[in-house]
Design a protein around this ligand. Structure first.
Ligand code: PPS
Length: 287
């Protein structure tokens, strides 16, 4: 019988990192002193990070097109990938991406935190294609969804357990410096969510989107269709035979990947891990 394949990771302290991810940057990233002018884009992987990075970049550039030839992860850097010195070298105000749990994320009461949650079913599918596609980071090109599902549900993936991340942040959902959004709501009403982000960032951002041309430009260029173009702007290269990074962008894609038994197991974990928290009502839990 075929034994389940597992992705490869760098084991660092108690964390799994993608291979090639410098552990020293992880360590130094965690020591970053959050500034009052910082805004963190926080997610568990595959929950809408790049989309939100793009929105905040366009908001801070008056609706300008994100240029081909640049990479969003250098403009809105991934804290634990690039480390402390790189982030500090950027001028303020800074927008910073992280996948850390609340307790590990650098905190300043005056910093802002935009958290995006996505239902764990679609997240697992998206994370599977990510792990399969970035062959040099995970050596998992032959891995199946069933293989990955076992790692995901056991929290044995990079950035750990989905629920540890979600639950740590949902407890701060109503903090004055936290804006808590969902991927599903962004899909359902992107304009409303762009406006909410601008409002949260402050009056000078709200003023920008009072200009309908700026708001329309952000809405247009951050759509799934437009972000599917020139994808070298969003991530490092992956082999041409793998699914693209901006892949499917749908709510409910999980239904064509999960078995009945997998659905029951993840639903059960979702129920148990979110019981008594505000996360228990974020999504309808499949039977
Ligand atoms: S990462 O690697 O953690 O930074 O990935 P992340 O950006 O969080 O998530 C990638 C998924 O988000 C989808 N995506 C979008 N969906 C809708 N609209 C827009 N504009 C958009 N941009 C990115 C992307 O396709 C991945 O989801 P899946 O389900 O794999 O398509």
């Amino acid at each position: 019988m075929r034994k389940g394949l597992k992705p490869s990771y760098t084991l660092h302290k108690n964390f799994r990192l993608p291979m090639g991810f410098p552990p020293e940057n992880w360590d130094s990233g965690l020591t970053y002193q959050a500034q009052a002018t910082d805004t963190f884009i926080v997610t568990y992987p595959k929950c809408g990070t790049t989309w939100t990075q793009h929105i905040v970049w366009m908001l801070s550039h008056d609706g300008e097109l994100f240029p081909v030839g640049k990479n969003i992860n250098l403009e809105v850097p991934h804290l634990e990938e690039v480390g402390n010195d790189f982030v500090k070298s950027l001028s303020e105000p800074r927008f910073i991406k992280t996948h850390l749990t609340y307790d590990l994320t650098p905190y300043n009461p005056n910093s802002k935190y935009i958290y995006i949650a996505r239902n764990p079913f679609d997240c697992a599918v998206s994370f599977y294609y990510h792990t399969q596609g970035f062959v040099k980071y995970y050596d998992f090109a032959e891995g199946t969804f069933d293989d990955f599902f076992e790692c995901f549900i056991n929290g044995e993936v990079d950035w750990g357990d989905y629920f540890d991340n979600l639950v740590s942040w949902v407890q701060h959902k109503n903090d004055q410096n936290v804006l808590f959004l969902t991927y599903e709501s962004m899909k359902n009403n992107p304009k409303m969510n762009i406006v909410a982000i601008a409002k949260f960032l402050g009056d000078n951002y709200l003023e920008k989107i009072e200009n309908p041309q700026i708001l329309e430009s952000i809405l247009h260029h951050t759509s799934f269709t437009n972000m599917s173009q020139n994808q070298s702007r969003w991530s490092s290269q992956r082999p041409a035979n793998m699914t693209p990074f901006i892949r499917n962008g749908k709510v409910g894609d999980w239904k064509s990947h999960f078995s009945v038994y997998q659905t029951q197991r993840l639903s059960q974990k979702l129920r148990i891990r979110t019981a008594g928290t505000e996360a228990e009502n974020l999504w309808q839990i499949p039977e």
